[in-house]
Design a protein around this ligand. Structure first.
Ligand code: TMP
Length: 231
C-alpha cells in the first residue's frame, strides 16, 4: 500500500515542541531562524537547533557529498536516500532526545524539503518520500512548519547577491534552473494545502523584522508552557 501523508507522530514522554522552517533557496530562512532563536532566548527559552542536511557529525559529511557541485551527476534516488540518511541520524541523535526531554526544537528544514525538492523538483513523486519517511523518521514530524514563500526569480537574485558578496560558488542545488525552483515552490504549496494547520505560509517578501514578528505571533500561543518569563 502506498504510504500517505498523515499524522503518526508517536507520543513522547515530556513532549516538547518541534518547529521547522522551510522554503526555496534564497527565501530568507537563515535570517529568520537567527532572529527567531534570538527572540526565544530573550524569553528565557533555550532551543535546540537542528539542520538538514547536516546537524550531526555524520550528517555534515553527508551534506558535503550532497551539495558538492562536483557531484552534479548524482542520481535523484541516490540524492533522496542521502537526505534521508542524514535525517535518520538527526532524529536519533538530536531531535528525538530533545523533544522527549520537553525541549523546543527548531529545525532548518525537515521532510517537507524532501517532498518539495526531490518529490516535486526531481519528479520522484510524493509517495516514495512518505515511504522513506516511515523508515527514517521513527514517527517524528514537525508540530508546526513555517513555510517562507517567495517568488523563485526574487529568491534567485538573493542567492546570487549572497554568493557574490561572500565570493563563494553556488552549490549543487543553487545552480538548478528556475523551472526546478518553480516545481519546488508548487511542492510546498501542495504540502500547505494538504496540512494547512501544521504548515503555515509566511509571505517572505517584506522587511525581515516584520516577517520575524509575524512568525513570533504564530508560534507564541504554542510555546507558552515553555516560557520562563511567564512562570
Ligand atoms: P540549505 O541551504 O537551506 O541548508 O539547504 C541545502 C540544500 O539542500 C537546499 O538547496 C535544499 C536542499 N534539500 C533538498 O533538496 N532536500 C532535502 O530533503 C533537504 C533537507 C534539503
Amino acid at each position: 500500500m502506498a504510504a500517505a501523508r498523515g499524522g503518526y507522530t508517536r507520543s513522547l514522554a515530556g513532549r516538547g515542541l518541534f518547529v521547522s522552517f522551510e522554503g526555496i533557496d534564497g527565501c530568507g530562512k537563515t535570517t529568520q531562524i537567527t532572529l527567531f532563536l534570538a527572540r526565544l532566548r530573550e524569553m528565557g527559552i533555550e532551543p535546540v537547533r537542528a539542520q538538514e542536511p547536516g546537524g550531526t557529525p555524520v550528517g555534515s559529511l553527508i551534506r558535503g557529498v550532497l551539495l558538492d557541485s562536483a557531484n552534479a551527476n548524482m542520481d535523484p534516488r541516490t540524492e533522496l536516500l542521502l537526505y534521508f540518511a542524514s535525517r535518520a541520524q538527526n532524529v536519533a541523535e538530536v531531535i528525538r532526545p530533545a523533544v522527549k526531554a520537553g525541549k523546543l526544537v527548531v529545525s532548518d528544514r525537515f521532510t517537507d524539503s524532501t517532498v518539495a525538492y526531490q518529490g516535486h523538483g526531481r519528479h520522484l513523486g510524493e509517495d516514495i518520500v512518505f515511504r522513506l519517511e516511515e523508515i527514517a523518521c521513527d514517527g517524528i514530524r514537525p508540530d508546526l512548519t513555517l513555510w517562507l514563500d517567495l517568488d523563485p526569480v526574487k529568491a534567485r537574485s538573493r542567492v546570487r547577491s549572497r554568493t557574490d558578496r561572500m565570493e563563494v560558488g553556488q552549490d549543487h542545488m543553487e545552480v538548478q534552473p528556475l523551472e526546478f525552483f518553480e516545481r519546488v515552490r508548487r511542492g510546498y504549496a501542495s504540502i500547505h494545502r494538504a496540512e494547512p494547520s501544521r504548515v503555515r505560509r509566511i509571505d517572505a517578501e517584506g522587511p525581515p523584522e516584520a516577517i520575524a514578528e509575524s512568525i513570533l505571533r504564530l508560534v507564541l500561543p504554542r510555546i507558552s508552557h515553555l516560557r520562563k518569563d511567564l512562570v
